[in-house]
Design a protein around this ligand. Structure first.
Ligand code: KG4
Ligand code: ZN
Length: 360
């Protein structure tokens, strides 16, 4: 192992991607030596969504191969690794168990530290894989399981501003796509159908839009789509127009809520300049959403940063990176650490799923 460099293996298995990566930190820069990702889309698309039991089995089928592949591609042996980090939550328990047990077993036999990583911390820090960024910054995380604004004040110091009270944004895309028979995952399909449709054909509701908070709700929007789908024949033209109307509605919601979140961020941090917003998670791949957010840069003095798509979607590299940050601070975990299906980044944040919010 070279001196003044740290190498950590990161294992990710919280949802429907199994991923193993080796990341090295040398001086102040991170190098992704390997990042092997095996997606389970082919399995889950038959059901239109992730089936937890099938996900867990599929992780356990491939995890050992991915560990070997990650070492081989990184051209390192286990001796060259300082610690093993694994996602320990939040996520689907069966999948988390596979990654955590693999990580603990390696750590035990190799006599190296085991580090339990919060998946959301991985997303929050993933931008550092590609660029040097100083704290604080605002995170907008939009994926199949999460939709939230969180202030990344410093390492291990996180304050959640807004979240969804029902569905995650990726879930709203996937459910709408399912109603339109567009296949799974639905986000990319809706995005491409939307390009050819009439965005003004259907007027859809924007729940919580007039509340001056950065909380989201997508359940009412989903029900409105279901009602219109029931009243129409599902022709190609209908699919295109509905996709375009849905995308336009989502853009408006994201635009308004991000503006609200930036105002909250400025107020809390008493900071008006150098506002950076990192947008991560699978939905951040949506170009129409990216363009909408970029428009905000012209209105407010702020900068949006998007990690590359491979680091936006679930990946082991962001877990290894969070592992390095913890390794440097000697934040190790015992081998009896239990996976946590629910594990908020901000411990003080209220759990709002299913709650009606009346504020502002
Ligand atoms: O981060 P991710 O890969 O997995 C987790 O959920 O953690 O995100 C997957 C989600 C799915 O709901 C998928 O439909 C959505 O991201 N997604 C998109 C696009 N690409 C992926 N949503 C909208 N537009 C896209 N281009
Ligand atoms: Zn994720």
């Amino acid at each position: 192992m070279r001196k003044n460099s740290i190498r950590v293996m990161g294992i990710e298995s919280s949802c429907d991607e199994t991923s193993v990566s080796v990341v090295e930190k040398k001086g102040n820069s991170f190098n992704v030596l390997s990042n092997i990702v095996k997606s389970q889309t082919d399995i889950h698309k038959l059901y239109g969504g992730v089936v937890p039991e099938l996900a867990a089995r599929a992780h356990s089928d491939v995890i050992h191969n991915l560990i070997q592949m990650a070492l081989k591609q990184a051209q390192v042996s286990f001796r060259g690794i300082n610690a093993i980090a694994a996602t320990a939550g939040p996520g689907l328990l069966g999948g988390l168990l596979v990654g955590v047990v693999a990580g603990k077993t390696l750590a035990h036999f190799l006599k190296k530290p085991f580090i339990a990583i919060n998946h959301l911390e991985g997303h929050a820090l993933s931008i550092k894989l590609e660029r040097d960024i100083s704290y604080p910054y605002l995170l907008l995380l939009v994926s199949g399981g999460h939709t939230e604004f969180t202030i990344i004040k410093n390492f291990n110091s996180y304050q959640r501003l807004g979240t969804t009270i029902d569905d995650a944004l990726g879930e709203a895309f996937d459910k709408t796509a399912r109603m339109l028979n567009l296949g799974y995952p639905g986000g990319p399909q809706i995005e491409s159908y939307a390009k050819k449709g009439n965005k003004d054909r259907f007027i859809l509701p924007m729940p919580l839009i007039n509340e001056k908070t950065s909380h989201f709700s997508f359940a009412g929007l989903k029900s409105a789509v279901a009602k219109i789908v029931n009243e129409h024949r599902c022709t190609e033209k209908f699919k295109r127009d509905m996709s375009a109307s849905f995308q336009k509605t989502i853009n408006k919601i994201i635009y308004t809520k991000t503006k609200n979140a930036i105002s909250e961020y400025k107020k809390i941090l008493k900071k008006n300049k150098d506002i950076k917003i990192v947008v991560a998670g699978g939905v951040a791949a949506n170009k129409s959403i990216r363009q909408t957010l970029k428009q905000l840069e012209e209105e407010i003095d702020c900068e949006f940063l998007f990690p590359s798509i491979k680091y936006c979607t679930d990946n082991g590299a962001m877990i290894a990176l969070a592992g390095i940050e913890r390794f440097e601070r000697k934040k190790f975990n015992k081998l009896d650490f239990k996976p946590r299906p629910r594990w908020p980044l901000d411990k003080k944040a209220k759990f709002l799923k299913g709650k009606r919010i009346i504020e502002g």
